[in-house]
Design a protein around this ligand. Sequence first.
Ligand code: GLN
Length: 453
Amino acid sequence: VSSVELTQTYLDRINTLGSDLNAFITVCPDIALEQAKAADEAIAAGNTTPLTGIPLAHKDLFCTQGIKTSCGSRMLDNFIAPYESTVTANFKAAGAVNLGKLNMDEFAMGGANENSYYGPVKNPWNHDMIPGGSSGGSAAAVAARLAAGTTGTDTGGSIRQPASMCGITGIKPTYGRVSRWGMVAFASSLDQAGPMARTAEDAAMMLNVMAGFDPKDSTCMDRAVPDYTATLNEPLKGLRIGLPKEYFAEGLDNKVEQVVRDAIKEYEKLGATVKEISLPRTHHSVAAYYVIAPAEASANLSRFDGARFGHRCEDPKDLEDMYKRSRAEGFGREVKNRILVGAYALSAGYYDAYYAKAQKLRRMIRDDFMSAFNEVDVIMGPTAPTPAFPIGDKTDDPVAMYLGDIFTISVNLAGLPAMSVPAGMVDGLPVGLQIIAPHFEEARLLNAGHQYQ
Ligand code: GLN
């Protein structure tokens, strides 16, 4: 098929199946078909990459020039990005097609995609259920075949957890592997973009395009990018897998545990060895993250003041009134909670008690992983403690929602790469297996994920 035919097929699916799922905030049929036409011409001229003409879609926090970039917020409902993020520019340069922008939790804060100004996203497996978050639109779009692949971002699990709950593959690269330039910032020391796709092979092809040095992001590493597709078929014989005892403890749904343990048995059949390890500071990770992430968010979101970006209130009395009302109207409840918590944790007198302590815990959590990786090649466990839950179930209980991040957020605090691969089903809902590797070992993750699939 031609890229135009393929793109039209996806656009038709987005129109029919997609509207009920609410996975897209913006669909760009004209731009997509124009890019598809150009891709077909490039193919005819023999000028192709593996992604030429492939219809993708992007989380709505990647700035896309000339296309609304809302970040799931009323604050940016009127924001047409004047420039292109490095990630989306790389896909453009590779000849991929952009179908549009995907729904997400406001400013990527959330784990259920219920915090979007544009309404919740539904889980394609069961429309009463959440898709996970914050990259819920990205996961639902891949699961419902509304795009061949999507981008997401993962600050505390937002690629892996929705991938798990929608039955797709998602990888959070090492911090510094992918440029953050042109991504609306949530917590800058944790944010990392990554691919969400049906398979590890698709994710590898996407990561090939996303990864690499970018002088416009000072935390982006100048380090060679391997061809992630080249090692997908390496045998896993002798791979040493560590199972952290803290990841198979209280709070983990029994049926999820069974699916994950069965998946690990498959790895043993492939010649891997399994041993129990310990990540003793795991239980501190939620507390550390929910100080550090809001602290950074409170600083990053101060730029949304009604003057320079986004929403401005009607008829402000004076400057102060404009700031106050613009922010009160523009931000949703969860975002306001985080700004308040963050500003408090950073304020004089409380900084040492909260922020400095959280940073110390962060280092200890990283050290736990570093010593574990002296003994094992990868760490495996559940991505999330439960399958998807009903929309609205935890809306009024943010702490219950935060506790659901227990298996994903220590990876972000440590800057490590990790992925979620579909492992099985529990009561008709998908469940993911999480694989964690040492820094810059994305190829090892993709190899392990591919062999299981
Ligand atoms: N659920 C986490 C939070 O609400 C993670 C979000 C993310 O990774 N963007 O902060």
